[in-house]
Design a protein around this ligand. Structure first.
Ligand code: ASP
Length: 439
């Protein structure tokens, strides 16, 4: 029978009312059998996420504060949810173990993981599903890296015998048994590895937004919700700053070709965004799936006569970058010119980087321009449609925005445009309007 893995973010589990919405969603579809909760998130703007409360609590206890007193507001948060849900569940023993472990220096990862752990126990009791501690199956190597093969095998074996289960997100264990967490937002990743392990037909990621937006709503008013996006398009947009998912969460399900559906817990009937391995082009409508961008880029432009004939020119520069640990983003080349686009922080990381490039490459001219923004215009339909670049340039030229750099990804999935930072927001708007609104 088809299985769906469902992950609920912190805002979906912030209080008892949200727990009820979550339970309705799960009960509404019998395929929703494996549930990954985050820790309770903010209930209102100035509220504090349980994960942050735990980090702060652990810091205070490590600095000598009283463990019981520091932990009390966290216990109250969970007890409030339990009481509101009318559950006959007591976490008292758990609280005692946790406070003792905090006082004994169990580590910040252990501390933070207790949010998902306790939330998982409460949710499992409410749903009447078995609770499976992620420490038993999500495994890290002794060096701290995630162990995908061991995890996949342990999860698959454990869940084979459980038709339903709640498995807390965000953490797992080291070979010595110590708890280790993923980076912040890592429950998305747990959901993805569980989906892979149980060979789910779908991974639903329930959150508090209606889906993946075609542009940043702080820049474009009411941007469209993307209904279908491929993993590769998502990666391009996420890399350029558009995020709804933890960036590592894509990989396990992508390799297993399991689609992800981003859904809104507060609007359970809305279809959200489907992230799929491959998709047909959009019929007739927009060529572009989405637009994203970031500021704080710089470009190093080099010019050298007959660069085209000089074998090893690029290699010398790239070897220098490798030796200095400098990361770059784009490398558009001309016959006698080369531009290196990089984050300004990378440029500033190595003192005398320009002098060093001069030494190894001996260009006729080298110039650095700071204060650039990069905009990625992404769309799987672009490849087959003529005139996409022309339309982008026309829109920007009409808005009197100067294009500082252009790079078309080799997959023809995106066009990257560099503009001055002060033109960034307007450039995103005019490109959006041109493709999405046809104006
Ligand atoms: N609770 C953790 C955090 O706030 C992990 C997660 O929500 O995915 O980052």
């Amino acid at each position: 029978m088809a299985k769906t893995v469902v992950k609920f973010g912190g805002s979906s589990l912030s209080d008892a009312n949200q727990f009820r919405k979550v339970a309705e969603i799960i009960k509404d579809d019998g395929k929703r059998r494996y549930v990954i909760p985050s820790a309770p998130g903010k209930r209102w703007g100035a509220d504090v996420k349980v994960t942050d409360m735990l980090y702060n609590c652990y810091d205070a206890i490590s600095a000598g504060a009283d463990a019981q007193k520091e932990f009390k507001p966290i216990a109250e948060r969970f007890d409030g949810i339990i009481a509101d849900l009318g559950l006959s569940l007591s976490l008292r023993d758990e609280y005692e173990t946790i406070t003792a472990d905090f006082a004994n220096g169990a580590g910040a990862d252990y501390a933070a993981s207790r949010g998902e752990y306790l939330c998982g126990i409460v949710l499992a009791a409410f749903l009447k599903f078995p609770f499976i501690d992620a420490a038993k199956a999500v495994r890290f190597r002794a060096g701290g890296e995630f162990d995908p093969d061991l995890t996949n095998a342990s999860l698959a074996a454990l869940l084979e015998n459980n038709r339903y289960a709640v498995i807390p997100g965000f953490y797992g264990s080291l070979p010595c048994g110590k708890i280790k967490t993923f980076s912040r937002g890592g429950s998305d990743f747990t959901g993805s590895i569980v989906a892979k392990a149980v060979k789910a037909s779908l991974y639903e990621n329930w959150t508090d937004v209606p889906g993946f937006l075609a542009a940043d709503p702080r820049i474009v008013e009411n941007p469209e919700i993307i209904r279908v996006i491929t993993y590769r398009e998502l990666r391009e947009l996420s890399y350029m700053g558009a995020t709804v998912l933890h960036e590592d969460a894509i990989f396990p399900v992508r390799n297993a070709r399991i689609p992800i559906n981003i859904r809104d817990t507060n609007e359970p009937c809305a279809p959200g965004t489907m992230i799929v391995p491959s998709a047909g082009e959009k019929d007739g409508g927009a060529v572009i799936t989405g637009i994203a961008g970031k500021k704080n880029f710089s470009v190093i432009s080099l010019e050298k006569d007959e660069m085209n004939n000089e074998i090893g020119f690029l290699r010398r520069i790239l070897t220098l970058f490798e030796a200095e640990g400098v990361n770059f983003e784009h490398l558009p080349t001309g016959i006698d010119t080369l531009s290196i686009v990089l984050n300004t922080s990378e440029l500033d990381k190595t003192p005398k980087l320009i002098e060093r490039i001069n030494e190894v490459a001996r260009p006729n001219h080298i110039e650095v321009e700071r204060g650039l923004a990069m905009i990625a215009v992404v769309g799987r339909a672009m490849k087959e449609k003529r005139g996409t670049a022309t339309r982008i340039f026309a829109a920007l030229s009409h808005a009197r925005i100067n294009i500082r750099m252009i790079d078309q990804g080799s997959s023809e999935l995106n066009i990257i445009i560099g503009v001055k930072e002060e033109d960034f927001e307007e450039a995103v708007r005019v490109i959006y309007n041109m493709f999405m609104l046809g104006v």
